[in-house]
Design a protein around this ligand. Structure first.
Ligand code: M6R
Length: 609
């Protein structure tokens, strides 16, 4: 997914922009570039491949200037190449732009620009038309030219632009693509996501659709769609620069796994008042509206979908409303039965997943109330939602989602408790007991993490196997899906998760001595049933690793290895049982020398369908 950074201030723009681009690397990209206004002209340097290539290209070259823009590109129109990389220039090399999104009518705009303005295009991109359009309309006022350009562009875009003859002003605009404004001291920024700015500021304005912003080093002017000056909500993000660094860890993934006790604590703390009551200031749904919902959809992708499966159990148990959980890429193609009586819950770490966004639009169009659970403040999903619950997991950089998942589950539990209390479907006693158990979870996750060397040993023994099955029942089967996804995405092992009761309907045929079976047996009510399933695979000579509660010591006789998690409520076991699965995936991938934080073929935010 493309990334934008823009800076205007008193320091060297080049260094600040390249640092910002580095912090956006996790989103995935195939080329990078910068444009710096320097003494009446614009210096552009861009290179295909990693940012290091761009830095090598620049080498010791002095590119001085206090205003500039930068970009990491993920190719859509035109192959990844030096030429197709952003920034793009107009015909006279006097305007530079960076662009995220798509110009849908670029072919017709190209033809018009060639014919009427006699410009010659140098790249295969759709984005170059934006530079050419602004150049064609520019008469000394960059904002005016940008507004004229976007008035005839169709598509989705976040654009930042600078002009050679104005070293004091950076102009940007957004429509259906995220863009935030960072408020610095003696400097200001634009960026596609907050991670780029984490070193410089904690305060941002979230731009709305069709907003234009004019930045100088000491002023920020935001215009709405009617070109009227407006004040947008100031958000204090509260992420430290260290939170986005590896902090001595070999990989972000391990750092993020280890952060889970702290982020769970934070996610709970932010919503619990002094009397131990859950308050969701961010939810504006009243009692009557809540009572009017006859159905809830939870829709998400990948790991977030797995959190949704766990959320279904929580909400149905506490609120007694039927819940359906769907993968976002399927949802809108099955003409879902959504109306004004539907509460639609979207879950997304990034808030930029295009399938999830499309599903939200589908549900919104049919009258549903949209509530989202997301991690990245100001992201597109947040903007499309009526109510937003932030997970407060801090920046998640590794492609494999870990701490975001665990905080999504916490939010879903808190939401179901909150709704259950409001509509009266749970007793005060149950409510209080559940919260008191939840508050113990950070410490219990710590206990699981403390035993990680044991899991590392198992991984060292088993990393070369090519077939891994995850089996479980009830909530455990949702956690199995997550464990399996973690393993396949970072270690490239062919793994498969199945509800244990389904084994005998076909999959058991695959069991043999080369197979690893990771069996989750954490649900008290289903424990004996799981024991039978474990025996079934064991008797086919599969290698079985069981994860169960501390109290179930006798299970060790039926397994090759047993990993114990602290005793807790059945409903809360996913917060513990997923941790050994994350660790197993991590250590196996490490043994196999995989690129753990950036697995092949994957990006952190999936912004294409
Ligand atoms: O940002 P989102 O939560 O919407 O992303 C959804 C999936 O793309 C994501 O969870 C993906 O499956 C992860 N790589 C899993 O680790």
């Amino acid at each position: 997914m493309c990334g934008i950074v823009g800076y205007v201030g008193t320091e060297e723009a080049k260094d600040i922009i390249i640092d910002g681009l580095r912090r956006l690397e996790y989103r995935g990209y195939d080329s990078a570039g910068i444009a710096i206004v320097n003494d009446g002209s614009i210096i552009v340097r861009k290179h295909v491949g990693e940012i290091i290539n761009l830095e090598k290209l620049i080498g010791n070259e002095k590119i001085s200037g206090n205003i500039g823009i930068g970009h990491t590109r993920w190719a859509t129109h035109g192959a990844p190449s030096d030429l197709n990389s952003h920034p793009h220039l107009n015909e006279a090399n006097s305007i530079a732009i960076v662009h995220n999104g798509i110009v849908e009518n670029y072919i017709e705009l190209k033809a018009m620009l060639k014919e009427k303005h006699n410009v010659s295009f140098k790249t295969e991109t759709d984005s170059e038309v934006i530079a050419m359009l602004i150049g064609a309309y520019y008469e000394g006022d960059l904002k005016e030219a940008l507004l004229k350009a976007v008035s005839i562009i169709r598509g989705a875009y976040a654009i930042a632009a600078v002009a050679a003859d104005n070293p004091n002003e950076l102009v940007a605009h957004r429509k259906d693509a995220p863009l935030i404004v960072g408020i610095g001291k003696g400097c200001n920024f634009v960026a596609s996501d907050f991670s780029a700015l984490v070193k410089h500021t904690d305060d941002v304005y979230l731009l709305e659709n069709d907003d234009t912003v004019i930045l100088t080093r000491d002023s920020i002017k935001i215009l709405d769609a009617n070109e009227k000056q407006v004040q947008r909500t100031l958000m204090h993000i509260g992420w430290s620069a260290e939170a986005a660094e590896k902090g001595g860890h070999e990989h972000f993934m391990m750092k993020e796994i280890l952060e889970q006790p702290a982020v769970v604590k934070e996610t709970i703390k932010r919503r619990l008042n002094e009397d131990g009551i859950i308050e969701f200031d961010e939810i504006k749904i009243g009692l009557n509206e809540l009572k009017s919902f006859d159905k809830i959809y939870i829709v998400a992708c990948g790991t977030a979908y797995h959190a949704g499966l766990i959320g279904r159990y929580a909400i149905e148990n506490m609120v007694k409303i039927p819940v359906e959980v769907d993968v976002a890429s399927e949802f809108r193609y099955r003409n879902p039965l959504v109306d004004e009586k539907t509460l639609f819950i979207a879950i997304s770490q990034s808030g930029e997943t295009s399938d999830t966004l499309a599903a939200i639009k589908e549900a919104k169009g049919k009258g549903a109330r949209i509530l989202s659970i997301i991690n990245v403040v100001g992201s597109s999903v947040a903007r499309e939602s009526d109510d937003v619950i932030y997970t407060w997991a801090g920046p998640e950089i590794a492609v494999a989602s870990t701490k975001a998942f665990i905080t999504q589950i916490v939010c879903l539990h808190m939401l179901s408790l909150y709704m259950g209390r409001l509509v009266g479907t749970i007793s005060n006693r149950h409510y209080e007991e559940f919260i008191s158990e939840m508050l113990k979870m950070p410490e219990k996750i710590d206990e699981v993490l403390a035993n990680r060397s044991e899991i590392e040993e198992y991984a060292k023994d088993l990393y070369s196997r090519e077939k891994v099955f995850y089996i479980g029942r009830g909530l455990d089967s949702a956690v199995c899906l997550e464990g399996s996804l973690k393993l396949k995405e970072i270690s490239y092992i062919n793994s498969f998760a199945i509800a244990a009761g389904e084994l005998k309907h076909g999959t058991i045929a695959l069991m043999d001595p080369d197979t690893i079976v990771i069996a989750l047996a954490t649900q008290d009510k289903l424990y004996e049933k799981m024991l039978s399933n474990i025996q079934e695979v064991k008797s086919r000579r599969a290698h079985v690793i069981t994860i169960t509660k501390d109290k179930n010591r006798s299970i060790s006789d039926s397994s090759d290895e047993t990993i114990y998690i602290p005793d807790c409520l059945d409903e809360l076991t996913p917060l513990l049982s997923v941790v050994p699965l994350q660790l197993f995936a991590y250590y196996v991938a490490k043994e196999r020398e995989c690129n753990i934080d950036k697995p092949k073929n994957l990006a952190k935010s999936v912004t294409v369908e």
